[in-house]
Ligand binder design. Structure first.
Ligand code: SF4
Length: 295
């Protein structure tokens, strides 16, 4: 997907779609093009029950995509042009918070908006980018360049049928972070949404917010014995792994990925739909659940 014309867009056009504090002109106005890299995450991850294993598999996928961006930038520069990869799993805490990597750690918002504007996919009900080929099971990264490349255009129609016609992602979300109600016949653009704070609670159990919470608990401990217990707690180990391996991919994903099979998506339905659901949300997981949400 990365070498398709669908993966390139004009940097100015992308900036017009972004809030001022996220615009790529803040990095440099000399770059005229954005190249989006996309990588399909393994379908088998949908079947994994063990959260650490699935997080690791997805995290490696995103990390490889980031490395591919570095290699592509180097290759572009052999032509005499300038290029710069953008980090796919880093948060700019000066303008964003942990919500930057929701939903499901698919990639930073800038790369996701770029993917949509370049024609790689369209935004789903839950703000994930759905692709015609793989639904939302795709990671995105991006690089900036000043090479004159032909640019793609957004797809002509939405891939997501919306809450009323589908709504599986909303039905399965353990935090109810995706809209479950909409006026009958409401357009997708007016229904789409995600409560990022709620999403982080499930998708980033050892992310930035959890790190602060754990440190606060340690500092507030009443005595040295409690401090020792807290710093030897499993949470410290999980946070260390998150910081050193990006084990969580900065997000545990999967609830938003399961069950989402827009038309033309090549994912075998049994992989998406037969995946085990966890917790009370699993009992709500039916393709018809979204329909009850009319308000
Ligand atoms: S599960 Fe259905 S409603 Fe949710 S993003 Fe996918 S296609 Fe859209």
């Amino acid at each position: 997907m990365a070498d398709s014309p669908r993966s390139i867009l004009n940097r100015l056009r992308l900036d017009r779609q972004l809030p001022e504090e996220w615009r790529l002109a803040r990095i440099s106005r000399q770059f005229t093009r954005v190249v989006v890299l996309a990588r399909h995450m393994p379908n088998g991850v949908m079947w994994a029950k063990h959260s650490g294993t699935k997080q690791y598999a997805a995290a490696r996928s995103l990390k490889m995509l980031g490395e591919a961006a570095v290699h592509l930038a180097a290759a572009i520069e052999t032509t005499g042009a300038a290029a710069m990869p953008l980090a796919p799993a880093a948060i700019d805490f000066s303008s964003r918070d942990a919500g930057e990597l929701t939903p499901a750690g698919q990639g930073p918002l800038t790369a996701r908006v770029a993917a949509v504007q370049a024609g790689l996919g369209t935004f789903g009900l839950n703000n994930m980018v759905l692709t015609p080929e793989f639904g939302p099971r795709v990671h995105f990264a991006a690089l900036l360049t000043d090479i004159a490349l032909p640019a793609g255009m957004p797809l002509a129609s939405e891939l997501c049928p919306g809450l009323e016609a589908c709504g599986r992602c909303a039905a399965i979300c353990p935090q109810q972070a995706i809209p479950l109600k909409a006026a009958q016949g409401a357009a997708l653009a007016t229904t789409r949404g995600l409560n990022e704070t709620a999403c982080c609670r499930s998708t980033q159990p050892f992310g930035a917010d959890a790190f602060v919470r754990h440190l606060s608990t340690v500092f507030a401990a009443p005595d040295r014995e409690t401090v020792n217990k807290l710093i030897r707690h499993r949470t410290t180990g999980e946070l260390w792994q998150e910081a050193t391996f990006l084990k969580e991919e900065r997000s545990t994903l999967l609830h938003a990925l399961r069950g989402c099979v827009p038309s033309r998506c090549r994912l075998r339905r049994d992989i998406a739909l037969a995946a085990p659901a966890s917790g009370p949300a699993g009992r709500r997981a039916s393709p018809r659940c979204g329909r009850r949400g009319r308000g």
